[in-house]
Design a protein around this ligand. Structure first.
Ligand SMILES: *[C@@H]1O[C@H](CO)[C@@H](O)[C@H](O)[C@H]1NC(C)=O
Ligand SMILES: *[C@@H]1O[C@H](CO)[C@@H](O)[C@H](O)[C@H]1NC(C)=O
Length: 425
């Protein structure tokens, strides 16, 4: 199962896809693509583009203090970590908290091997580069460049939401402590100034965006009424849809994660009263219960979901499907019809957002995943535009309440000329 696999498996996948990619007529840049896809934190490692005025900054890792006593540990028992860049000037009292993504692990085997990577152990974590919404470059990131910016590392494999223990095949303990990690890191950052914030944005990409949705309301509740608290979910709108064989692949993945990691406390009570826990883990259900202002940013042709939800490798898709999932430009008309079905399901599921005051939408039709953490997608000449705004402009206008219209849904692929080839695939 690709989204949750550890590094070794990622590399295997990577090699296999590269081999197949050679057979695609229009295959391009796949090796980097797959790695970036599975490790969103690496998005900041893209080469600096010509339009970037400043050098990207490396931000050191801080390990959570007292992690073991709180039981707030990574899969392997090591303390979790985060990166903090202090705000200044008008941003000195504003805080942005970003929850890292990187798939999930849904079986003991997956979670065990994940301990050999930065997604399961702080032994492998290094300083990271801040890009996109995390950048200190004012022209690139005009709304958040001088905020306090925290990047919380993801090492629990369960979207910062589990609370359980398991046993690895070698007899060692596996810690599923995402919920405790989230609580303990937020508590530590509170003491570093978050407690006195005037504006706060909780955000995350992919599995971190799902965590953002799961925690948005409990996060808001930590602050006084007069504090502006909002949430931004980037590429986390995972849909319970059928894959090309007619099976609900992701249904079983989420079932595995929810059961193995004992994810219950973070699921909305009103949903649990009517549905099974795994159903309540899907954003289409979750957003019905979220009361705090939220911005949902997603591609309607999310490259991650196309690759792992709609056309999973486990189905051994033929060469034509492989070429299609590598690059949407390779899809034939039957395949585009299938992908448009996925887009329509997403647009339908987002209809409830229309009536939600203070919410925002940016649903573009570009074949990409995680658009806040790369300079190119966030705010550049190559950034996708909707209503003539880049993602940074749309999110900025929503955050400050400066614009009436902050809910935009793109037309069907390939109608949007701003979906450039420069975007991280
Ligand atoms: C919050 O502000 C109060 C009053 O200015 C100050 O005493 C306190 O140390 C601040 N707390 C943090 C965590 O910065
Ligand atoms: C597109 O590719 C799929 C998968 O190989 C195939 O089943 C379908 O017939 C193709 N459609 C067209 C219009 O070529």
């Amino acid at each position: 199962m690709a989204p949750g696999t550890a590094q070794a498996e990622q590399l295997l996948l990577h090699t296999a896809q590269r081999r197949r990619a050679r057979d695609c007529r229009h295959a391009w840049g796949l090796s980097a693509a797959v790695l970036l896809l599975l490790l969103p934190s690496a998005a900041g490692l893209l080469p600096p583009m010509m339009f970037c005025a400043t050098q990207p900054e490396t931000v050191p890792l801080t390990l959570l203090s007292g992690a073991q006593e709180k039981g707030a540990v990574c899969l392997d028992g090591t303390p979790p970590g985060y990166h903090l860049q202090r705000g200044s000037g008008t941003g000195a009292n504003n805080w942005l908290i970003h929850l890292e993504g990187g798939g999930w692990c849904s079986t003991v085997k997956d979670c065990s091997s994940r301990r050999n990577s930065e997604l399961g152990s702080s032994n492998f974590m290094k300083p990271i580069l801040y890009a996109g919404i995390l950048s200190s470059d004012q022209p690139l990131n005009p709304d958040f460049y001088n905020w306090n910016r925290v990047y919380v590392r993801y090492c629990d494999g369960g979207s910062f939401s589990g609370d359980a223990e398991g046993q690895a095949p070698d007899g060692s303990t596996l810690y599923f402590r995402g919920l405790r990690i989230y609580e303990a890191v937020i508590a530590e950052v509170m003491e570093k100034g978050l407690a006195n914030a005037t504006k706060v944005l909780l955000t995350g990409c992919s599995a971190g965006a799902l965590a953002t949705m799961l925690h948005c309301d409990d996060f808001s509740a930590k602050f006084a009424q007069e504090v502006s608290v909002k949430c931004l979910a980037d590429a986390g709108f995972f849909l319970d849809v059928k894959d090309i064989s007619g099976e609900r692949t992701f249904w079983s993945v989420f079932d595995g994660v929810v059961q193995l990691q004992n994810i219950r406390n973070v699921l909305p009570k009103d949903c649990l009263a009517k549905k099974e826990p795994k159903e309540c883990f899907f954003p289409a259900e979750l957003i019905k219960s979220i009361h705090s202002p939220m911005f949902i940013l997603n591609s309607a042709y999310d490259s991650f979901q196309v690759r792992y939800v709609l056309i999973p490798d486990s189905l051994a898709p033929d060469n034509s499907w492989l070429c299609c999932k590598h690059n949407i430009r390779n899809c034939n008309s039957t395949q585009m019809e299938f992908l448009n079905g996925f887009r329509n399901a997403m647009v339908d599921a987002l209809k409830v957002v229309e009536d939600k005051e203070g919410w925002g939408l940016f649903i573009d039709s570009c074949f990409t995943h995680c658009q806040t953490v790369s300079d190119i997608s966030w705010n550049s000449p190559f950034s996708p535009r909707l209503g003539d705004k880049t993602i940074a402009e749309a999110v900025g206008d929503w955050q400050c309440g400066c614009s009436e219209r902050v809910k935009e849904i793109d037309c069907e692929y390939p109608c949007n000329p701003t979906c450039s080839r420069q975007l991280p695939p």
